[in-house]
Design a protein around this ligand. Structure first.
Ligand code: NAD
Ligand code: MG
Length: 402
């Protein structure tokens, strides 16, 4: 036995929901690094799931040897079966199969699906008392109260993976909650931080997904370019850390070295720093409460030279203001905000609407429905509101595209 015995941490079984995406691939690279460092049997895999990238899923399954591989789109089941023939890995498909994968007895579940589609499997993992490494933020925004209530009534633990929330989790003194004055999330400002509004009117999807510091999936890259990502993250922090809107703040920090700052009553400010590399928060979440080595880049402050901070511009980035308004008004408005944004971002990526149509669609969808201050009682109710907002946003996108 070594002085720092990680055997129990590394023997926990892991399921990765959304293994073929940006976070999913980074998660498996942390697993590969752990296996190379600590031994081939570290972090055994229970299940891997993906929506449509059947080739990558099959290659991952052959390399990492999960008990089960799940493809979301049912028409791809035959292909997955062929690709994994003779491996002994179970193969299933469909929406229900993804939820079923979350129910399998892995101690740790990485939730790396994009969008509110992560909600049913995430809740399934919470209900059976798993430890969730939670990268997905849309499920918390879409169903904050329900998510919180389900979590409080379970034995589950959530370790945030979203870099700012993972940073907050590391510097928040949970035992001194009364002494927290403010939690400040940093934002890189995205690729258009210094662009005029006129110039931004005609940006293309390619320009919007080319993030200066982080390499991420297409949806979150667009959210970072509109600053909706930071707005969603304020709502995520509100529900994950039970902090009121007044105690949450955003500051633009283009170097992405500081991820979160927590201000205390005595004037102390505790910050978390790391290189902008998701493998750091992923490794933290997978090993918590211990720490393991990760293949991430290391922070080089001398090379960065200076760290700068500025206030966000809510006129050029109206999505941030829209999300902040939903954070303050609560009720079902975050559900509607998130659903409308998912539809608008998809339409922008498919070149059906322009960049500034994203806040237009979100604002108009909220105006039609967002004054609803009720809370959704259960998953079906949340999904019904989510669906209605998607239909309304889709109709607006069609009108704009016409
Ligand atoms: P991505 O688009 O690269 O990957 C998404 C994954 O989800 C893929 O494996 C895909 O197969 C799967 N998926 C897509 N639609 C699905 C559906 N309907 N049902 C089941 N599975 C589905 O996304 P990403 O950038 O890895 O982001 C994943 C989540 O993590 C998002 O919620 C994002 O906001 C959050 N996040 C990402 C980063 C990052 O650096 N990429 C950072 C912080 C938070
Ligand atoms: Mg983030």
């Amino acid at each position: 036995m070594t002085a720092y015995d990680l055997s129990q941490t590394l023997s926990r079984r892991l399921t990765v929901l959304g293994s073929t995406g940006s976070i999913g691939v980074s998660t498996l690279s942390v697993v590969a690094h752990a296996r190379a460092t600590y031994g081939a049997d570290a972090m055994p895999l229970e299940a891997l799931t993906a929506q449509s990238n059947v080739e990558v899923l099959a290659a991952q399954a052959r390399e990492y040897r999960p008990r089960r591989a799940v493809i979301g789109r049912p028409e791809l089941l035959g292909k997955l079966k062929d690709l994994l023939d003779g491996t002994g890995i179970e193969v299933t498909s469909g929406k229900e199969a993804v939820i079923e994968a979350a129910r399998m007895p892995a101690e740790v579940v990485m939730v790396a699906i994009v969008g509110a589609a992560a909600l049913p499997p995430a809740l399934a993992a919470v209900r059976r008392g798993a430890t969730l490494a939670l990268a997905n933020k849309e499920c918390v925004v879409a169903a904050g109260e329900l998510f919180r209530r389900t979590l409080d009534g379970s034995r589950a633990t959530v370790i945030p993976v979203d870099s700012e929330h993972n940073a907050a989790f590391q510097v928040l003194d949970f035992a001194q909650g009364h002494a927290i004055e403010k939690v400040t999330l940093t934002a890189s400002g995205g690729p258009f931080r210094e662009w005029t509004r006129e110039r931004m009117e005609s940006v293309t999807p390619e320009q919007a997904v080319a993030h200066p510091n982080w390499s991420m999936g297409a949806k979150i890259s667009v959210d970072s370019a509109t600053l909706m990502n930071k707005g969603l993250e304020l709502i995520e922090a509100h529900f994950l850390f039970a902090l009121p809107a007044e105690k949450l703040d955003v500051i633009v920090h283009p170097q992405s070295a500081v991820h979160c700052l927590v201000s205390y009553a005595d004037g102390s400010v505790l910050a978390h720093l790391s290189a902008p590399d998701m493998r750091t928060p992923i490794a933290h979440a997978l090993a918590w409460p211990r720490r393991i080595t990760s293949p991430s880049q290391r922070l080089d402050l001398a090379a960065l030279g200076r760290l700068t901070f500025e206030n966000p511009d809510r006129t050029r980035f109206p999505c941030l203001a829209l999300a902040e308004a939903c954070l303050r008004s609560g009720g079902l408005s975050p559900t509607i905000l998130n659903a409308a944004n998912e539809v608008a971002v998809e339409a922008f990526l498919n070149r059906r609407i322009a960049f500034y149509d994203i806040p237009r669609v979100v604002e108009a969808t909220l105006a039609a429905d967002g004054s609803n201050r009720a809370e959704a009682e259960d998953l079906e109710a949340v999904l019904a509101v989510d669906r209605r907002a998607r239909d309304a946003a889709d109709a607006l996108c069609r009108k704009l595209a016409a």
